[in-house]
Design a protein around this ligand. Sequence first.
Ligand code: 26V
Length: 830
Amino acid sequence: MTAQRDASAAPAQVRQGRVSPERTISGNAVAELREAIVAKLAYAIGRTPANARERDWFAATALALRDRIVDACMDSERSIPNKRVYYLSLEFLIGRLLSDAMNNLGLVETTRAALRELGVDLGDVEAAEPDAALGNGGLGRLAACFMESMASLSIPAIGYGIRYDHGLFRQSLEDGWQKEAPETWLAEGNPWEFVRPEATYSVGFGGHVTMSSVSEGVIRRHWHPAETVRAVAHDVPVVGWRGRHVNTLRLWKAEAEAPVDLARFNGGDHVGALAGRARAEAISRVLYPSDSSAEGQELRLRQEYFFTSASLQDLVRRHMAERGDLRSLADHAAIQLNDTHPAIAVPELMRLLLEDHGLNWEDAWHITTNTLGYTNHTLLPEALETWPVELMERVLPRHMQIIYLINWMHLEEQGKHGRGNAAQLASVSLIDESHGKRVRMGHLAFLGARRVNGVSALHTDLMRSTVFKDLHALDTDKIVNKTNGITFRRWLHNANPELTALAIEAVGPEVLDTPELLTGLADVASDPNFQSRYAAMRRSRKAALANVVTERTGIAIDPSALFDVQIKRIHEYKRQLLNVIETVALYQAIKADPKRDWTPRVKIFGGKAAPSYVQAKLIIKLACDVAKVVNADPDVAGRLTVAFLPNYSVSLAEAIIPAADLSEQISTAGMEASGTGNMKLALNGALTIGTLDGANIEIRDHVGPENIFIFGLDAAGVQARMAEPNYAEAAIAASPRLKAALDLIESGRFSPEEPGRFRPIVDDLRHNDRYLLTVDFDDYWRAQRAVDAAWNDPTAWWRAAILNTARMAWFSSDRSMREYAEEIWRVRVG
Ligand code: 26V
């Protein structure tokens, strides 16, 4: 096993002592599975129990379980469903699959026992599985939760994405600086996948378009790509709860049409002979590691078109095989675009209908706009995708023509309705002409979709009133809200078996099927006995996490302190910096008054910065430098400890979330579309300190304002304050505490070897502060001290924590998927 794999592996000790919901296990079933595992080990992997490594046991166990899934799969595939959902996403942040598969098949204890009989520990085997990190953050993780929920609800669905050789980079911290290394999840193969060479499609790029006249007045255009790349399907089965239904995640791998240019090779150009292959295969080589700015690289556009085209070809072929007529596509297929990354589906589906299937424009447009749905995940201007027209014309000339035609008809329509003035047309046009000509992918997806959705109530309102205001006015029914959710199977049952066992005891095992039953926990929220068991659960998870923190950072943390957790991508709008500055202010306050009974706190940070995001990387460095000073200062020992856990991942999240007391959700109001980590933490009973942003608002509505710490400006307040001149300067002048913290950072106290290191951060806050950190600081401080006070009343704290768990049921992704099924996809559940 490589050192790299070790570093990203989840902590085995955290996973031990799992309580499974399985009622009974039979000796026969254990023996059968044990035999199956040993057979896989021998015949699929070529090892004996004596010489097998953990990784081999993992592969053998996965293969044995995969057989069981295949049996269920055959059942799911026996009949043709009336309608299928196709979920197109450039990212699926799946994490590990073993515990998901075991749990959903009801085989956790059976597997544990089978392995135990072989002298192998299940926790170690689970820890040997590499994370499938085919996503950056929220958007990719949401896609993974949705796939699991669709399988659990028996919604017939296929997820389509890219089988990246290298998922999200591995992060290490060298003296506090983020370093990136390639991630290699496929280095030893992937036991979950099936290669499907028969499902291979050609995807074209470049070239030119010709015209031919088919009959009087009817002109057809035809695209002649200069280059084609093969998309080869790799299927991962997604098994739903209780193994009743299995869906497929179909990931495309890019391959060259010809593995080698023989003529060149024979001519002696041995490297050049492989150039075409390298260029083709580059498409599925690496996941783009940025979710903060649309950088407009050609390879990214090639990735987007590659997977969208292969997916549409695949679903059109399936539809033709099953129904024989593309005119009924919208009745039997719902295609969901996860953000604009697959928005090229709009002209691509048009092209397939027009060119390959001979439909006329009106029919093709009708089918397209009744089949597609579009989910928006961000309104931040720098993350909204636009592509230079010149690039599109070169890479996808036929699509650019179709986009022009869609736009022409769309703008004509505006004129007819008297909305034809230049400003109105410019705002709804598919082409942004303000800084060179660029195609607005959000607008394109909007026009091509029957329904467009936001991911929280606030975010959806902001879509209607900001970025999509004018498009919304044209069709006020089009934008709908679908608040995000999380799968409880992974984020409660698998990640926190102790809490799950407590819930089962309190409200019955039916809670595993019906999360609404969690509400029943409210009845025992004040029961001292239940409280103490809930607190003991948390305490044991904190002790386990403390070991992980020490192992990975060398920092010792005290499990009896309040664990204050901020885990998410590092981005200025998420305001990790606000948390760091509050840490500095608290450090100063403790030093100024060391005798006070300060509430012991451990601040835990985790998250990756985009490799090119200089400011985000500097924020990580600041957090680490502050940690170094604070943790070494005897004056604050036992009161304040700071740790930045490197290489945050899905499996690390599974270890951190059940151990968190406090959940930091402190984005500038109006900027976090929803958040889903906020849901995972609250479900596990962490109290939230947060702004009125994204789904925090709905979380407050569910858990009750007395069980959450809300602070800061709301979205309207942020808008208003941003319009005021010099708001940052004024806020700093009004807050001696903030000023002192900034001065200390600026003085070089945390970077004595380079005193000016953090000057750019402080300068930006004083003169710019786009994220209104200075404005919210004092109220954040106040809310943090309210947290301190609450922690000192354990009865009230645990009651609030239990009420959080009890009242989070609505945030299940099963609920989200039911809503999509009913209102967007019009597909039957179950
Ligand atoms: C954007 C971009 C911009 C271009 C470069 C590559 C790239 C890759 C991914 C993205 C997506 C950013 C949007 C995103 O992840 N949004 C998050 O979606 C979550 C699920 O809906 C939501 O909970 C978060 O609030 C939102 O930030």
